[in-house]
Design a protein around this ligand. Structure first.
Ligand code: ADP
Length: 583
């Protein structure tokens, strides 16, 4: 029964792989109701290509049944098929004949299944959109909304997680903006130049001033766009973050989650397509320009073509320990012992994809730590709003102050890692807790932290004992601070808003530093074009948000991340649209 080739194959089988890589024909036989059934089976690359019914003695009408079975076996590439009712013995004989031919070929049912799986994996699913955006965080949603508002028909966001929002969802959603409506109502004098200057000072000479000015040009109109066109609700109060010379930070009701949900809802209303569980892995380039994104989802390979452009909005790389270590020059170590406040998804995918497509990376060494995080999780404390907006003290394990509590996150982080075991504690008095409604607004966080043993509510003595801090020193620290507050001068750390610490019960919690923001990333110009290593635009490729570098230089001020994502998210979509009109 075997063909000559099979004999050769068998002779070589000791050294040859079992799979058939060329087209070969094998004959097999089975027994039907009336006698022998003989088939020729054509196999290519472990796939059944064709089955020829060579000979049989079944009733003539059953040839059709056997051909029907052959079709099913070929289309499934499997001999795991059911017999046909009314022709059971004939069917079984036919299936046995095919099985025999496969045995001659050295192919098992499992080989067929493996070949099927491989083929499935190799199947590339293709889709065309006007614009493909990678990442459904703040920048991604803003870009998508703007793109639809301008007139793009099909806008697709690819998101690798099963949910949207990225770090933006995990943030407070705060938005720094000069001359905003809350400032106006509170009579706070601010200006565009003051805003620019504060960013440049914090950037320590490393910010790209053109990008900073672009941000400043749009930040106020974007605040109105968010409030009036997108529907983001803001509180009537604002916060004052370290490094900003005045209070200028708008604060959405419901923090980051509500902010992202509002963006997502608007995107949905406008018909933006969001494809979840789909990870972008490569920018598809053709003749030097970006034409789409290769992605993977559930073992499938997908090609998303962005006919008018691709926008990267994948965030930074704070959760990528290897990249942190590779680029860090400013901190003693950013190894895995330092946690991150970020979503685990924020591992620099967009930066690496852009780099592979020729993009220039800048400021990659500028990595920001955040000082007030839960030692059990690495995430920041929402109750820390007390320090940012109201009043709190920071002390070390010896119960001593070590920094101006209102300083920038960079300065506090640098001071914090110098303290014993790099562990610090925040203390909030009862008056602040009550006036800010902390225990109600952050009830679930407080309950979780109590369980984790990182927070306590009690008298000063109880707090000190809980954290094993010398009570006398802690009490003396507060007394001394209150004396300075009464004098209006912090002779120790130059804090300017010296509000005394009042009575307990106190909320006190342990804090460690965490990697929070990566200032570096893909270089862009003021139109959100990605720039290559020769200083040229990469056509059709745009980027916005934390995936980019250059705006914040050495250090990003608090509450400037969202303004950045909104400004350059909108610009990226607008640039893509304008360039599409010119094509
Ligand atoms: P930004 O603040 O810059 O908008 P976010 O952290 O809010 O950044 O959002 C970035 C989003 O990008 C997250 O939802 C994250 O899961 C997503 N993301 C990151 N890498 C990929 C990738 N390779 N493919 C698809 N989505 C990605």
């Amino acid at each position: 029964m075997k063909k000559i080739l099979l004999a050769l194959l068998l002779m070589l089988s000791a050294c040859a792989p079992q799979s058939i890589n060329n087209t070969d024909t094998f004959q097999g036989e089975g027994f039907g109701k009336q006698g022998k059934i003989i088939v020729d089976v054509v196999i290519k690359d472990d796939k059944i290509e064709h089955i020829e019914l060579v000979k049989h003695s079944e009733v003539p009408g059953f040839s059709g049944k056997m051909i029907q079975l052959a079709d099913e076996i070929i289309s499934k590439n499997s001999i795991d098929v059911d017999t046909i009712a009314g022709a059971t013995l004939t069917s079984q004989g036919f299936i046995d004949a095919v099985k025999d031919a496969l045995t001659q070929a050295g192919i098992t049912q499992e080989d067929l299944m493996n070949a099927n799986m491989q083929e499935q994996q190799q199947k590339i699913i293709e889709q065309h959109s006007d614009l493909v955006i990678v990442g459904s965080g703040g920048a991604g949603f803003v870009a998508a909304i703007q793109a639809k508002q301008l007139g793009f028909e099909k806008v697709t966001i690819i998101e690798k997680m099963a949910f949207n929002g990225g770090n933006t969802r995990m943030s407070g959603g705060e938005y720094a903006c000069y001359n905003n409506w809350v400032q106006e109502s509170e009579g706070i004098i601010d200006s565009k130049e003051a805003f620019i200057e504060d960013i440049l000072i914090s950037g320590q000479g490393r910010s790209n001033e053109t990008l900073v000015r672009t941000l400043a040009d749009h930040v106020l109109e974007n605040a109105y766009w968010l409030r009036d066109e997108i529907g983001v609700q803001y509180k009537n109060e604002q916060s004052w973050y370290g490094g900003h010379r005045v209070a200028r930070t708008l604060w959405p009701v419901g923090d980051g989650p509500a902010y992202v949900n509002t963006l997502a809802q608007k995107a949905e209303e406008l018909g933006v397509e969001v494809i979840y569980n789909t990870k972008a892995v490569e920018i598809i380039m053709e003749n030097g320009q970006a034409i789409g994104i290769k992605a993977v989802s559930d073992g499938n390979s997908l090609h998303f073509y962005g006919d008018s452009g691709v926008i990267l909005a994948t965030g930074g790389f704070s959760a990528n320990v290897e990249m942190r270590q590779q680029y860090n020059t400013q901190w003693p170590s950013l190894d895995a012992s330092i946690p991150t406040t970020n979503s685990p998804a924020i591992v620099g995918d967009g930066i690496l994809m852009a780099q592979a497509a020729g993009a220039n990376l800048i400021d990659m060494d500028a990595i920001q730590l955040y000082p007030i995080n839960n030692p059990a999780t690495g995430n920041y404390y929402f109750v820390d709003y007390a320090r940012l907006i109201g009043n709190a003290l920071l002390v070390n394990k010896d119960g001593e102050r070590f920094v101006d509590e209102k300083e920038t996150r960079e300065i506090i982080s640098r001071a914090a890692i110098e303290q014993k075991d790099a562990m610090i504690y925040e203390i909030i008095d009862d008056q602040v807790a009550k006036s800010m409604n902390l225990e109600e607004d952050y009830a679930s966080e407080i309950a979780r932290c109590l369980d984790q043993g990182v927070l306590i509510k009690g008298s000063l003595k109880e707090c000190a004992e809980f954290f094993d801090i010398p009570y006398e020193t802690l009490a003396a620290t507060i007394e001394h601070y209150n004396e300075m507050a009464a004098q209006g001068v912090d002779t120790d750390f130059n804090r300017t808003d010296l509000i005394p610490i009042g009575d307990g019960p106190y909320l006190m919690f342990a804090c460690i530093v965490s990697v929070h923001h990566t200032m570096g990333g893909v270089q862009i110009d003021e139109n959100a074009h990605v720039i290559d290593t020769n200083g040229n635009i990469i056509p059709n490729l745009y980027a916005a948000g934390e995936v980019t570098g250059g705006i914040h230089g050495a250090n990003r001020l608090g509450s400037l991340s969202i303004p950045d994502t909104v400004c350059f998210g909108r610009i990226a979509a607008a640039t893509a649209y304008n360039e599409h009109l010119k094509k």
